[in-house]
Structures are given as structure tokens and as C-alpha cells.
Write a protein that binds this ligand. Sequence first.
Ligand SMILES: Cc1cc2nc3c(=O)[nH]c(=O)nc-3n(C[C@H](O)[C@H](O)[C@H](O)COP(=O)(O)OP(=O)(O)OC[C@H]3O[C@@H](n4cnc5c(N)ncnc54)[C@H](O)[C@@H]3O)c2cc1C
Length: 394
Amino acid sequence: MTAPAATFDNAFTESEERRALRAAVRQLGTRYDRAYYVNALREKGHTDELWHEAAKLGHIGVNLPEEYGGGGAGISELAIVLEEMGANGCPLLLMVVSPAICGTVIARFGTGEQKRRWLPGLADGSVTLAFGITEPDAGSNSHRITTTARRDGDDWVLNGAKVFISGVDRADATMIVARTEDARTGRLKPALFLVPRTTPGFEYRAIEMEIEAPEKQFQVFLDDVRLPADALVGDEDAGLMQLFAGLNPERIMAAAYSVGLARYALGRAAEYAATRQVWKQPIGAHQGVAHPLARIRIETELARLMMQKAAFLYDSGDDAGAGEAANMAKYAAAEACANAVDQAVHTLGGNGLTAEYGLASLLTASRVGRIAPVSREMILNYVAQHTLGLPKSY
Ligand SMILES: Cc1cc2nc3c(=O)[nH]c(=O)nc-3n(C[C@H](O)[C@H](O)[C@H](O)COP(=O)(O)OP(=O)(O)OC[C@H]3O[C@@H](n4cnc5c(N)ncnc54)[C@H](O)[C@@H]3O)c2cc1C
């Protein structure tokens, strides 16, 4: 189907509503800037005020259905929120997980009761959900996960372990990807469960990470975790489809996280290069300084365009089309971000490593996009196989 010209143009020119949303998030950023973020982390270990205020303004639940208190918009809008927060030096990784993955899956596939229970809180920011798929012995190969859900009467009993799960300590519940046994074939198939944090047998332990961020990562242990029947999200037989429906928003939001952070680092570097003078002119007058920044600006803009394309396809209901674009966007944004922070640190010379300028501490955060939610190599594998038609290599 050929898209009408007006729709096509909209992919390049943001509507007035979207520009207003960007401006509103930037306005919030005048109070919640990088200095706030760093101080809040040091003093309290969280940035909850920013989360709650953004939610009150409708930013956190902008993609959730209006009838449950959300903004009724799409992933395009949620990506705008995260990108602008990142561009202001305050990226919130939990936005990738709580409203984007979990909110989307519940809104699209949850039962009426699940929607009433979870969505209003996700929309107003009073509830957050974590998402757990990665396992210690499965990693990039999520087909190998072994967390198992067994039926026991009306209940489900979960056993297994997860690793690197973000935000578990503050989330009201974690959406756990487990496997159930297919009654016909006996094979294990994925299913999603909402596990409230205080459920007996659900334990978590923080992993010491070298990332300055409000979200901590956790090992999660599920030891005979007994859940009522309605903890299963949606349909037991549609687990894989539901999972994939959550993964496109996840990749688009991961791209938004990286694009935002790239813009922040590039902004700091350009400011510095425009004023720092050790010869006759500012260092930014030297092409050796200016060109790498210009190149990264181009890379960031291209990644952003691909992110907008992926979000546009996803919001139009084209899950399959969005898959390739979302993977490419995540890849391109992660590379742009890692390059942007690396070059920004270098542009500031010694100041690039000082606490005063605060750029070196972004080096680890800027690498997250290359690893999570899916690594750079797994995207290259995907594109090699699905886009180029090459044989599966692993
Ligand atoms: C900050 C952070 C937050 C996270 N938050 C969450 C979360 O909230 N929920 C969640 O479920 N997970 C989360 N993760 C986990 C993340 O999704 C995984 O780390 C990621 O999928 C990679 O898995 P792994 O770490 O086990 O690496 P591995 O699978 O062990 O891979 C290690 C290296 O080998 C490469 N590799 C592996 N297989 C292949 C192959 N076939 N071909 C080429 N290269 C290959 C990888 O690209 C990688 O470079 C988070 C991770 C981080 C760092």
C-alpha cells in the first residue's frame, strides 16, 4: 500500500502537537537538569521527583490508552519524551520498560481486569513495572530461557532466575517471561506473568554496576513463586506474539535513550569547542576538532530519522515492518551515542575527565545501548539473516 503524501510528509515534519510535547519536556528540563540528576543520584540514589512530575504532566503515560488515564498517543510521542529528557542529561531507562514494554503489552493483550488494575497507575506514574527476560545461562539467546511456569490447580508456580533486570527494587511488579508446557506437544513456549514485588519466593539482589543512573540492575530468583491465574498476561497460547509486540517499543525507546544522550554529549562538546581557546581561535575552528563532532551530528540525526520511521510504522499498526526499522534504529542510535560521548570527552581534553564537567561518567551509560536490550551483534545477525537473506550463522 502506498502511503498518502500527507502521511509521508508527517514522518519528516513534526506536527504541532509533537513540537508542543517536545517543548513541554524541555520546559520541565529547566528545573530537572543534569545537575539535578547527578545530585539526586548522589544524595538519594533516585530521581523519583522527575518521574512523578513528568507523569503528572502526562509525559510518562503519553502512549497509554485515554480510557485508563493515558495520553492516547503512541510510541512516537513516548520516544519524544525520553529523547528530550536524555538531551537534557536526564535519561530515564525505566521509561523503556514500564510504559513502553509493559504498558504496551497490557494495553494490547491484557484482560479487562489487568488493564484496570495496572494501566491507570502506569499512566499517572504511581506504579512502575520492571521487565525480566534475560537469564544467566541464556543471555542473547532468549530461546534458551528456562524459567518455568507450572499449573497447580488454578494457580501458576514459577521457578527460575533472571539477571540484569532494571528497577526491580522500586517496581510494584515485574513482568516475567517464563515458559509453560504446551499440553499438545509437550514443548515449552513463552508466557508473560506479572509478579508483584512482595510475592513469597520472589527475591532480588542488586548487581554492582558502574553506571550512574537511577535504575539499578538486579539478579532475580524465583523459587516456587505461587501466582493466581490472573497473573498470566493475556493468552497462554499467544505469549510469543505478545512478547514481540513489546519488543518493538523496547527497541524504539532504547534508540530514543541513545539519541537523547548523544545530543546531550554533543551539545556539551560543541559549547566547549566554541569557547575554549588555546591558540588564536577557539579549538572548534580546527577541523580536527570540528569534523568528528559534525560527523556524529549526522550519525545522530540519521539514527533519529530511523527511530521516527520505526515509531511511525509501529503506531500505524505495522508490527512486522516496524521490526526491521526498530532494530536498525537501535543499532544506529547506540553507535551514535557511544561515538558522541567518546568524542565529547576527548573534545574537552583534561576537562573531559573531571567531575566538574561530568562527561566521563556518561561513558558507561553511553554503552548501554550497544548491549541492551539486544546487543549490536544480534542486530547485525538479524539484518544479515532477515534483510540480506544470508544463512543463519549461530
Ligand atoms: C544496563 C542494563 C540494563 C538491562 N536491563 C534489562 C532489563 O530490564 N530486563 C532484561 O530482561 N534484561 C536487561 N538487561 C540485559 C540485556 O538485555 C543483556 O545484557 C543483553 O541481552 C546481552 O545479554 P548478555 O549480557 O547475557 O550477553 P551475552 O549473550 O553473553 O553476549 C556477550 C557478547 O557476545 C556477543 N554474542 C552473543 N551471541 C552472539 C552471536 N550469536 N553472534 C555474535 N555475537 C554474539 C554479544 O553481542 C555480546 O557482545 C540489561 C542489561 C544492561 C547492561
